[in-house]
Design a protein around this ligand. Sequence first.
Ligand code: NAP
Ligand code: HSE
Length: 433
Amino acid sequence: MSSPQALPPLRLGIAGLGTVGIGTVKIVQRHADLIAARTGRGVEITAVCARDKTKNRDADLSGYAWETDAVALAKRDDIDIFVELMGGHEGAAKDAIEAALATGKDVVTANKALLAHHGHALAVAAEAAGRVIRFEAAVAGGIPVIKTLTEGLAGNAMRRVMGVMNGTCNYILTRMESAGLPYDQVFEEARQLGYLEADPNLDVGGIDAGHKLALLASIAFGTKVAFSDVVLEGIGRISIDDIRRAGDMGYKIKLLGVAQMTGRGLEQRMTPCLVPAGSPLGQLQGGTNMVVLEGDSVGQIVLRGAGAGEGPTASAVMSDVLDIARGTRLTTFGQPAATLKDATPAQVTVAAPYYMRLELLDKPGALAKITAVLGDAGISISRMRQYGHDDTSAPVLIVTHKTTRDAIDFAIEKLPATAVVNGDPVAIRIEEL
Ligand code: NAP
Ligand code: HSE
């Protein structure tokens, strides 16, 4: 019996030779045999692209053609996959991916910003051209969450998707707690360590993690990517006091993304939340990411790992490349783009318990006054703790029963009239896991 004819090598054109691009080059070079054994064909790099050809890049690029223009790379007829690792949600990355699809290339990208803004249009273009776009590296770095959701859990109606998807924010919050340092100081530390994006607000403003959540929500709920509907709140207002006090009540503060389909529409939020200290999310330290997926048949799945960095992110890029080499051709968001629905944003989030911290003046009847305000707002108290008074006030911590953000905001508006509260009250949602 004659053996089947070997497939020709799959040819990559890699645009972007920074952290992720060079990581990808290294894996292709280091694991050529392993890749060929697993896919039945070779994977090789034909051409690469970056802005500055003279830069020292910690990898041997001498065997590859060099392009300075990413669109020119995308259009080359000696590549099969255009690997976009430049970043940016407009400009070169978008133009080059469009050019790649139009000239018959499959696309692998790590660019969550681009897909959060243009994912649906690009998915439509890919399907029209008979090509695929894969983006495992765009969400939670090395964690294979796109594959898990799209393939492993394909038989589930998803109930909720949540997680800590920005390692920088988790580093800042856990470092504030472990070192007892204020936000500004740890933010500066993170900058020195090179953790922050060029625009730090992408990290600490929750935008980067919001991009990732919007992509997961599209796959999980069969909706068009709707990043503009993600409720975003960053970590800049979290104080060391809140981290300590939340700890006293048995919670950790996380920048937590939650997406769920409710009777009132799709809820997507990336906001600081409290989670039980002993839960997997509560125990997550440093720059690590964690994604929690809940399906109707499988129940809860927890994935944990490196959310960024050269090796982990390149590992995810290569997972997509190997899939294409094996002939696995999936739609971008887990179902044909034409069948994705418009997401109706939920106007009101699902009710939840809240943590409140108030500074209460030392006056007779002060506690009674604030509990009356909460009662008038329809908020029921589950637990309460008062600390000793300093010269002027005493911290009071309250954990409510399930309530709405509107009720909490109503109460916060009424609290100054009691004349027993010092400063601004803090209220943070407690996510039930
Ligand atoms: P990076 O280190 O800043 O590298 C970007 C590369 O793209 C550089 O080589 C740069 O060229 C090149 N580039 C930028 N604009 C270009 C243009 N207009 N034309 C040609 N080349 C251009 O970025 P990175 O950290 O590797 O991130 C790449 C992508 O992966 C981004 O979408 C990012 O969000 C995503 N991602 C990164 C991580 C991570 O851990 N770093 C994790 C997950 C996802 P020069 O070198 O010549 O300047
Ligand atoms: N800035 C991101 C983070 C990098 O801190 O997680 C990976 O997307």
